[in-house]
Design a protein around this ligand. Structure first.
Ligand code: GDP
Ligand code: MG
Length: 358
């Protein structure tokens, strides 16, 4: 005799709905990709959240109308001021709809990390509190998960933007274009090199190499007008918060002794190291003259002999030196800067930096 089969639970276990976040600079092709995915989604029930920075929600009006509803969050950024609204919006979707996926288009200047965190932490951990008269902030843990952070790149304009010397208008953090583009690439699980039809072949090649060096764990896809298979972008299960938060994984990787300093790909890397501190004035004078244009990206630590650990973060034509902490033992302070570029002249870089030491 067989025992009776266990009866089905009264309420099926709640499924966690995958969230795909599209990041990438203004005009990169996020809405185009999103529309393509919606029209190709077949039977998948996909809800869309579009975040537009300006007062007029242009992007939401450009999203193709399907049966699925589009939620528009405007006049702020879901990575900061609209974080609470994002939680409410997702909660409402989960309570009212049966969904297979949620697709979020971030603003062009949105930062990927805090958006991803919104789905990995409780409202308390996010240090969010409801505004006066607003309901309790919903806890989304276990009900949704980030499937992939996708960064769409305009392959034709990328290096022009990267090399701009001005700051991004309207950006509260005073970031430069290169800094934002680097952040978006280095945090992504999936990088879509879009606008292949407009891009020069060598720019596409440089982009592939830049992603491979600065974010080796990212999957890279190439597209024109976002025409990718749905299965390549949705439900890919690529997100990994721990790996993604290690923004400087590439610096750590290149610092490993086994990494040859020769050309790994078409782009080369070079590491400058010094135990002797820099002379702050000489360093600033040297930097005022600019780094060689062959250097695309550089990052590392500099020792100015003041006990402070100073972060060197350079993209394109902009370099930021930021006090990021103190050395545990000032006598252990060192300088180590990783350079990425094409046809780097390593001895010239060593001479340039060496000339600024105290
Ligand atoms: N030629 C070309 N144009 C594209 C491509 N992808 C998007 N576009 C156009 O670029 C503009 C900006 O695209 P959009 O998706 O709105 O960018 P978003 O700001 O990232 O949402 C639109 O006019 C698109 O039609 C592409 O691969 N090739
Ligand atoms: Mg858009």
């Amino acid at each position: 005799m067989t025992s009776p089969a266990p009866s089905a639970p009264a309420t099926p276990p709640t499924r966690s709905v995958p969230i795909t976040v599209l990041c990438g600079f203004l005009g990169a092709g996020k809405t185009t990709l999103l529309n393509h995915l919606l029209t190709q989604a077949g039977g998948l029930k996909v809800a869309v959240i579009v975040n537009e920075f300006g007062a007029v929600n242009v992007d939401a009006s450009l999203v193709v109308r399907t049966d699925e509803q589009t939620i528009e969050l405007s006049n702020g950024c879901i990575c900061c001021t609209l974080r609470g609204d994002l939680l409410y919006a997702v909660d409402e979707l989960l309570r009212t709809r049966d969904l297979d996926a949620i697709l979020i288009e971030s603003t062009g200047i949105g930062e990927p990390l805090p958006i991803a965190q919104s789905f990995c932490l409780t409202p308390e951990e996010l240090e969010l509190a409801p505004e006066a008269g607003q309901p309790e902030l919903p806890n989304l843990l276990g009900r949704v998960h980030v499937d992939a952070m996708v960064t769409v790149v305009d392959s034709a304009q990328f290096f022009t933007l990267w090399n701009r010397t001005d700051e991004i208008p309207g950006d509260d953090f005073g970031r430069g274009f290169g800094e934002l583009l680097a952040e978006q690439i280095e945090f992504a699980d999936l990088v879509v090199l879009n606008k292949l039809d407009l891009a020069a072949a060598e720019d596409v090649q440089s982009l592939r190499e830049l992603v491979r060096i600065t974010n080796p764990r990212a999957r890279v896809l190439e597209a024109t007008r976002g025409r990718l298979e749905v299965a390549e972008v949705l439900n890919v299960g690529l997100f990994d918060m721990d790996a993604a938060s290690q923004l400087d994984a590439w610096v750590a990787e290149l610092e490993k002794e086994h990494t040859p300093e020769s050309e790994t790909y078409g782009l080369g890397t070079h590491i400058y190291r010094a135990a002797r501190p820099f002379d702050p004035e000489r360093l600033h004078a040297m930097l005022a003259g600019g780094l060689p244009h062959s250097v695309i990206r550089s990052k590392g630590w500099v020792n100015l002999g003041d006990g402070v650990a100073t972060l060197w973060n350079h993209t394109g034509r902009q370099l930021a030196l930021e006090q990021a902490g103190t050395w545990h033992r000032p006598e252990d302070a060192f300088s180590e800067v990783v350079f990425i570029g094409r046809d780097l002249d390593s001895p010239a870089l060593d001479r340039l930096l060496g000339g600024a030491l105290a």
